[in-house]
Design a protein around this ligand. Structure first.
Ligand code: 7TS
Length: 419
């Protein structure tokens, strides 16, 4: 989808009844420091709707046992619930088969898994891995670790002053030695939506695989891995209104089948003797040990929740709030927006002159407003914009223009205090 197509699609979405939606999230009605909570840190982790909390509770109250091993009723029910969650993820990403969905601890583990299995087997000294200048540390450090193990060459696609991915520079970096391109779909520090279709097309033309870090994309945009034609897609459930401690690695079946296992243990084997172990097929080959059973169930409920509302409608709503916020922050004297890409999703990163972002965060917190301050686990992005840190408001389906008004009032207060 091009930028113009995305804008059209968003404009055609009917408005959401946000006040109705807010009632689905119990935590949103609590007070913080005696003030109404204004939660603007969903990029770090989203709050949970009642449907997700209830699904987890029901799992432990009624349908819990270990999976893939019991002949008894509860184990079969729990196994079915776990495997149904996998099928929900499959439909959510439009993967061709449910065995292409691997449950992991989160986006971080998904990327490490690819580095340590696909990477260690296929990437040799002098081979190249390409990332971008706007990656989260989770999509930098695993490749540096693999570099120590293999001697690969890590190349970084630069970004412009708006925080946009430079496709032409990327094209120049691609070479016959490029084995893998690992880029974020949406930047957590800037909000930039990267041109993933072109990135994938150009990589495939050179015979390289593509991993997309979808942690910040899945809550804000519908994903179709077959249409994208990406080779791997990684995300965490907790940013998608699901529980923490579980996430997903999607991989094309053929590629996953050829990869060595990640960790060894129960469930990932067919048979074990001291002389020889035969590994299980995918996805179980990559899921050693007892998994996060209730987490998968909770993720399934989160997928049902966002699907019932509609990802396009969620994206359209967040886009409206983001535009409102982008206009309103202009009235704060000296405020510098970091990340002004034309294609953005749900993130407003900024600095104020002579005020450390930590002070911004602390003063806002006293007003009940939660924003994240710091380097957002994307230190190279901070270096690129020559700031030590930013304050970041990140949006979700439950945020409103009134909450942006509260943020603006809070920022006026920061200005008053710091002059
Ligand atoms: N990739 C991106 C783009 C992310 O935003 C994050 C987490 C991760 C990977 C890692 O996800 P995890 O669930 O495995 O930790 N980002 C953030 C953030 O922006 N604020 O806190 C965590």
């Amino acid at each position: 989808m091009t930028g113009a197509q995305r804008t059209d699609r968003l404009h055609n979405q009917p408005p959401l009844d946000v006040n109705r939606i807010r009632q689905d999230f119990p935590i949103l009605s609590r007070l913080v420091h005696g003030k109404k909570l204004v939660f603007l840190d969903s990029g770090a982790s989203a709050q949970k709707p009642r449907a997700v909390i209830d699904a987890i509770k029901n799992c432990y109250e009624n349908e819990y046992a270990n999976i893939h091993r019991g002949v008894y009723y509860l184990s079969q029910v729990a196994t079915e619930a776990f495997e149904e969650a996998r099928r929900k993820v499959q439909r959510f990403l439009n993967a061709a088969e449910s065995r292409e969905i691997i449950f992991v601890r989160g986006g971080t583990e998904a990327i490490n898994l690819v580095a340590q299995t696909y990477g260690r087997k296929n990437i040799k000294a002098g081979d190249e891995v390409i990332i971008s200048a706007m990656e989260h540390h989770a999509n930098i450090v695993p490749w540096q670790m693999l570099r120590e193990q293999t001697g690969l060459v890590l190349k970084v696609v630069p970004i412009n002053d708006d925080g946009e991915f430079l496709l032409q520079e990327y094209e120049k970096l691609l070479s016959p030695r490029t084995k893998l391109v690992a880029v974020t779909h949406v930047s957590n520090a800037l909000g930039t939506i990267t041109p993933v279709r072109e990135i994938i097309r150009l990589a495939h033309a050179k015979g390289a695989l593509v991993l997309l870090d979808g942690c910040q994309a899945v809550p804000h945009t519908p994903i179709d891995v077959q249409e994208l034609d990406c080779d791997f897609y990684a995300f965490s459930a907790h940013k998608l209104y699901g529980p923490s401690g579980i996430g997903v690695l999607y991989g094309k079946a053929q590629i996953l089948e050829a990869m060595p296992p990640y960790q060894g243990g129960g469930d990932m084997i067919v048979s074990v003797t001291f002389e020889h172990t035969e590994y299980n097929g995918i996805p179980h080959k990559f899921e050693a040990g007892t998994p996060h059973i209730s987490g998968a169930v909770g993720l399934g409920a989160a997928i049902d929740y966002v699907t019932a509302i509609g990802l396009d409608r969620i994206a359209a709503h967040e886009d409206r709030v983001l535009h409102y916020a982008t206009e309103r922050v202009k009235e704060i004297k000296g405020l510098r927006l970091i990340g002004t890409a034309k294609e953005k999703a749900g993130i407003l990163s900024f600095t104020l002159p002579n005020v450390h972002p930590h002070d911004i965060g602390t003063i806002l917190d006293k007003q009940g407003i939660a924003v994240r301050v710091g380097h957002h686990c994307a230190q190279p992005v901070m270096d690129r914009f020559d700031v030590p840190a930013t304050a970041r408001a990140s949006l979700a389906v439950y945020n409103t223009n009134e909450e942006i008004d509260a943020l603006i009032a809070g920022l006026h207060k920061v200005r008053e205090i710091f002059g």
